[in-house]
Design a protein around this ligand. Sequence first.
Ligand code: 5GP
Ligand code: MN
Ligand code: MN
Length: 324
Amino acid sequence: TYEQQLAAAKQFILSNDDFLVVSHIDPDGDAASSTLAIGWMLKQLNKKFTMINEGHTPGKFNFLWGFDGIIDYSKAAPSRTFEHVIAVDCADFSRIGKVKSLFSPTTQILNIDHHRTNDFYGAFQLIREDAAATAEVLYDLTMELQLNWSTELGDSIYTGLLTDTGGFRYANTTPKVMRIAAEMLQVGVDGNDLADRLLEKLTYSHVILLQKALSTLAFTADKRISWVSVSLQDIAEAGASNEDLEGLVNYPRNIEGIEVGILFKEVETNKYKVSMRSAGIADVALIAKSFGGGGHFRAAGCTIPGELQATITKVVKEVGLKLQ
Ligand code: 5GP
Ligand code: MN
Ligand code: MN
C-alpha cells in the first residue's frame, strides 16, 4: 500500500547516507523542484547528498533554494558511483538518462513518482498515480519524516504543483492540491511571484519560435486533430533552448473542437520528439506508448525516427483511430 511505501521510503532515507538525487531529462518545474525539495529534506536530516540532472536545469528556477547545487552531468560528471539514489518524477528508468552511469550493480534506487506509466524500476517505490505532481508525493513524504515546513521547501512544493497543474487549471487539480497549496501560502510562499515567474513570463526566443510554429499550424479534415512543428533550423534561428519550447503544444490543443493537439519537434536530423495533448476522449499515453514513449491520459510524448511528413502521417493516423 501507499502507507507501506511511505514507511519504506522513510526507512531508506533515515538508514542510509550519501544520496544521489536525480530527475528526468529536460527537467520541468516538477522535476527541478522535486530534486530541490528532496535536497532540502536531506539537508535537514544532516545527510550527504548530490543533486544532478543529465543536462541543464532551466534558469527560471534559479530563485528556488539549492538551485546552484544541481550538477549538470553533461558538463561536470562526478567521477564516482553512488550506492543510494532517489529518482524523482522519472516515469521510467530510461528518463534518468546518462546519470545512470553513476550507478553500480548494487545501487539501490528509491523511485518517487506520479506517472501512471511508471515501470516500477528501483528497489523501492513511492508512487501515487492520483497525485498531481511528484511534489504532492513529496508533501506526504515530508509529513512522514515529520520535518518542519519552511518557505524554501514550500517554494519547491508549490512550484511542482503550480507547473504540473498548469497553474491549478488541469483536471489533476484536486481539493488536496489546493489544500497543500494553501498550506504553502501559509508558510510564506509568494504565489503571485511564482505564477509570474513560471507561467506569465515569456522569453524572447519563445515568442519568436511561437511565430514560426504557428506558421506550420495544420488540421485534419474534421478539425479534431491539430499540430505544429518546429525544425532544428527554427530552433537555432530563434536562439531557443528546450525551455523556450514549453507551451507550444497548447496552441493546437486549445483550439475549439480540437481533441488532440500535437507538437513535432526536430531533435536530430530526421528524428522528432512528439508531444501530445488530449482534450479528454483519446488516451494519448497509450498512443505514446505504442511509439515507445509514455506519459499521462491527457499529456504524453515519444520520440520517433523518420522524416517529418512520414512521422506526422503515422502519428495523426494513430490518434485518429483513438477518436473513432
Ligand atoms: P511533454 O510532451 O511535455 O514532453 O511530456 C508530457 C508528458 O509525457 C510528461 O508527463 C512526460 O513525462 C511524458 N513523456 C514525454 N516524453 C516521454 C517519453 O519519451 N517517454 C515517456 N515514458 N514519457 C514521456
Ligand atoms: Mn516532469
Ligand atoms: Mn510531474
